[in-house]
Write a protein that binds this ligand. Structure first.
Ligand code: ACO
Length: 373
């Protein structure tokens, strides 16, 4: 039997991203993630992942325009969002709203780049429409003059973000747009391999991302820091959790056995973003990280558990003003690029993904009639 959790199993060939877990490197189509996070916009990164090369200016302007034009939602999807309880979990809402887009016939045919662009453009609108609806506020008109990222922040709050807020969120979206054969991407590729439609692949991927072992961790990091509350309580709190055999959210990764390069970049961004009001929260995060790393080494020696992307994602997303329950949906707003690029890659050279299982149940049981059981 292969490794539990398919560890080490190569499930596909991809030209999209390379995760080098030992060297702590992440590369999108040949480019180091640190360079992209420092210089590239979200639209530029999406172009790179979808088309395989960095765009020239004209192509980039064209993609930006195309995405801005595709942001609006069909009436039926708006109604479906507003039919939800205001207290609904935004990740469940996103899964349902994306699925509702599938009933509009928009993505009935073979998955295409045009569908990928349209879906990517719409995800922030779904989230903002729901966020405003749950506060009893009307949705705002789109601002085509704003970038994908700045428009998302504007649609949520009604205020144009500062340059540093827009830049920090943009860097986060660039850093998390793709990541090899992660669980949600694998889910998307499995669905695509049956020759199903793009909406089905993305709906399945959102379901996979929702779990706390994957994309659901940053809100749990925020909860952890809120529960710890003061630097003095950090060590006893973390120790008690490890004593109970529980996991510390924001630490450990299947691929990275050294520092996660995304966590390194986000750590820096979080520091640049924190205003004085948030400085104590960030100082607590730094202290918790140091103590957690020391305790993980003590309780789980040799497991090579380092800070993962989700730990500082919580700090950056909080720093740009997002409520904790929008952290994972915002991750989806970024990873949609990777999911769709992987779906297109899968169907370009498809074979049904259908692994085997070792049967470990009984054999040769005699069938007993109901009355004899
Ligand atoms: N806290 C405490 N112990 C941990 C942690 C953690 N965060 N992560 C792993 N371990 C321990 C496990 O208990 C296990 O110990 P054992 O050998 O005594 O049984 C050992 O390290 C290996 O753990 P696995 O579950 O086999 O590691 P795997 O590669 O399957 O898991 C995962 C990776 C799921 C991310 C894990 O590290 C974890 O649960 N982390 C916390 C949740 C989290 O931060 N998720 C976000 C991940 S980033 C992303 O998906 C975008």
């Amino acid at each position: 039997m292969s490794g539990k959790g398919l560890e080490g199993v190569v499930a596909a060939a991809t030209a999209l991203s390379l995760v080098d877990g030992n060297a702590g490197r992440l590369i999108y189509r040949g480019y180091e993630i640190g360079d992209l996070a420092a210089h590239a916009t979200f639209e530029e990164t999406a172009y790179l992942l979808w088309y395989g090369r960095l765009p020239e200016e004209r192509a980039l302007v064209q993609l930006r325009t195309q995405m801005a034009e595709q942001r609006g939602l069909p009436e039926s999807v708006i109604s479906s969002i507003q039919a939800h309880p205001r207290a609904a979990d935004p990740m469940s809402l996103l899964r349902t709203a994306v699925s509702a887009l599938g009933s509009t016939g928009a993505c009935d045919e073979t998955p295409s780049l045009a569908q990928a662009i349209s879906l990517t453009a719409k995800i922030p609108t779904i989230l903002a429409t729901f966020h405003r609806y749950r506060q009893g506020l009307p949705a705002l008109p789109q601002r085509p003059d704003l970038s994908h990222t700045a428009n998302y922040l504007y649609q949520l709050s009604g205020e144009e973000p500062t340059t540093s807020q827009a830049r920090a969120l943009e860097a986060y979206l660039v850093l998390t747009a793709d990541h090899g054969m992660n669980a949600s991407t694998f889910a998307a590729r499995v669905i695509a391999s049956t020759l199903s439609d793009l909406i089905s692949s993305v709906t399945g991927a959102i379901g996979a991302l929702k779990g706390p072992l994957h994309g659901g961790a940053p809100a749990k990091v925020a909860e952890m820091l809120a529960a710890i509350a003061t630097p003095e309580q950090a060590e006893p709190w973390l120790r008690a959790k490890l004593e109970r055999g529980e996991r510390l959210m924001g630490f450990g990764h299947r691929a990275y056995k050294t520092e996660d390069p995304r966590a390194v970049a986000l750590h820096k961004l979080a520091g640049e973003l924190a205003d004085t009001k948030d400085a104590p929260w960030l100082a607590l995060a730094y202290q918790v990280e140091q103590i957690a790393l020391r305790l993980l080494e003590q309780y789980k020696p040799g497991r090579k558990l380092y800070t993962n992307v989700e730990f500082y994602a919580a700090a950056v997303l909080r720093g740009v003003g997002l409520p904790a329950d929008l952290y994972t949906p915002t991750f989806a707003a970024s990873r949609i690029v990777g999911w769709t690029a992987h779906v297109l890659e899968q169907i370009s050279d498809n074979r049904l993904i259908r692994p085997a299982a070792d049967y470990v149940g009984p054999l040769d049981l005699p069938y007993l009639a109901l009355a004899a059981r």
